[in-house]
Design a protein around this ligand. Sequence first.
Ligand SMILES: Cc1cc2nc3c(=O)[nH]c(=O)nc-3n(C[C@H](O)[C@H](O)[C@H](O)COP(=O)(O)O)c2cc1C
Length: 330
Amino acid sequence: MQEIKAHNKIKIGNITINSITALAPLAGITDYVLRKLIREESKTTLLMTEMISSEALVQNNDCNIIMTDKSESPVSFQIEGHKPELMAKAAKILENRASIIDINMGCPINKIVKGQDGCSLMRNPKLASEIVTAVKEAVKIPITCKFRLGWSQDDKNFIEFAQAMQEAGASAVMVHARTRSQLYSGTADWLELSKLRGEIDIPYYANGDITSPQTALKCLEISKADGISVGRASMGDLSLLSRIEKYLNDGILLPEPDLNQKISMLKKHLDMEIAFRGEENGIKFFRKFYPCYIKYIRGGSEYRHRLVTELNYNNIINILNEIAINARQE
Ligand SMILES: Cc1cc2nc3c(=O)[nH]c(=O)nc-3n(C[C@H](O)[C@H](O)[C@H](O)COP(=O)(O)O)c2cc1C
């Protein structure tokens, strides 16, 4: 703990992040609203946007996905694509909004990898390096890369790949400690990731399966990483990153929010999505979040079913009030 505490800042290129925690990018989830809510809980964690298609952005840069404001900083905007020139143009469009530009080199889904984007860049380090160099030349802010351990169990090239990205100009890397073949199955291999220590001069973040302050500390100890990032566990638990920071910095384990607190957070999150997207779109968009906020309660699946099929705002609030009154956390 002492050793971790001594390193509660991370220097990424010419900027210093006053936290060793980060929100991992989640497509369709870490939108402007969720990031803003997490920023209310933690002033220092590094926020990350979901992946932004460089092609779509360059064709039409007037979209919700790039919405931000000054209070979000430090925020990393993640771009996705495989054409160095387009990626550089996309980075240039985002430069004034972002503290950092991150390049997606880890997305495993077929739609992305079949077009040479995402994790397929790990099989083409030359192209990946060209992208980093082109983006770095286009903007003055630091560039980072997020990738996995490798393509498959037999092809784990994260060490050489990280070295190549550093050589090309990356100022930090974030590694999801699974291979592309694993998708999200099995467990993140933090020990494997520890082999990166001493192999690169830039900081690395460990990512995968952190769900609590204690697992964050364990991940740091095992992976020997400079920082950690949390994705899925941040959904439905807006204070998780700030509780992790408190634990890592001061050794204090703050209690998890109880059901009533979670329902209050949920209502605020829903209201902000509605303000951001309009009532119908906001309510539909929000459906993916109910299971994250409302779990481990008696009758949970029935409540969740009612919530995800409901389109009327007042009815949703009534169901939430009913849960708060009737359900008890197990
Ligand atoms: C629904 C979903 C969307 C994701 N979207 C992105 C993305 O846009 N960019 C990215 O680099 N990783 C993306 N990821 C991967 C996460 O950032 C993270 O690496 C992974 O979920 C493991 O971390 P966790 O166990 O803390 O969630 C996504 C993962 C999920 C489950």
